[in-house]
Design a protein around this ligand. Structure first.
Ligand code: 5GP
Length: 191
């Protein structure tokens, strides 16, 4: 499909800081946007509907799936998460860079669907730091933290298939690395 090179998938284990890096990138480069996913998980303190996610019920999510309004979705720790077709294809048509911040299964599905998209894996500096970040966030119970850590190890082991990798040691420099990757792929990717 035309415009695939404008799609950038940022993925990596929960707690690596991918949302923070992308938020910083969008602050400094407002010509870049990110998609807002639909999810059935409950809203965390400080989150807003239509800003962080479209928070929907399981029935609403399944309705969107049936109407083919969702291009990829996954069930993550018991909740649905999905990327809306409208959010992705508009940017491809308009040729404006758009970032999807999604987990690894979704990243693989997007790459299969849109081979011209660039997949970027965000690594934590090490596993101890990842665990510290997950705990510091204070939003999950112990069982969920353990589930997320276990999943992180598998995800990192399988990250070789990604087009690009960045290590999140420091937010600003990581956001700038992401920006260089985006510029490179837009300049050199197939139209
Ligand atoms: P959280 O509950 O921490 O907001 O998100 C859990 C995981 O789901 C994160 O890795 C996040 O990037 C991922 N995620 C968020 N939206 C989507 C989506 O639309 N599709 C997929 N595949 N993963 C998503």
């Amino acid at each position: 499909m035309q415009g695939e090179k404008y799609l950038f998938v940022v993925s990596g284990p929960s707690g690596t800081g991918k949302d923070t890096i992308v938020a910083r990138l969008l602050e400094t480069h407002p010509e870049i946007t990110r998609t807002i996913s639909a999810t059935t998980r409950s809203m965390r303190e400080g989150e807003k509907d239509g800003v962080n996610y479209y928070f929907v019920t399981r029935e609403e999510f399944e309705g969107k799936l049936q109407r083919d309004e969702i291009v990829e979705h996954t069930c993550y720790c018991g909740n649905y998460y999905g990327t809306l077709r409208s959010e992705v294809e508009r940017h491809m048509r308009e040729k404006t860079p758009v970032i999807l911040v999604i987990e690894v299964e979704g990243a693989g599905n997007i790459k299969r669907m849109y081979p011209g998209a660039t997949t970027i894996f965000v690594l934590p500096p090490n596993m101890e730091e990842l665990e510290r970040r997950l705990r510091y966030r204070g939003t999950e119970d112990e069982e969920t933290i353990q589930k997320r850590l276990k999943r992180a190890q598998t995800e990192i082991a399988n990250s070789v298939d990604y087009d690009e990798h960045v290590v999140n040691v420091e937010v600003d420099s990581c956001a700038e690395s992401l920006y260089s990757i985006i510029q490179f792929h837009i300049a050199h990717g197939k139209e």
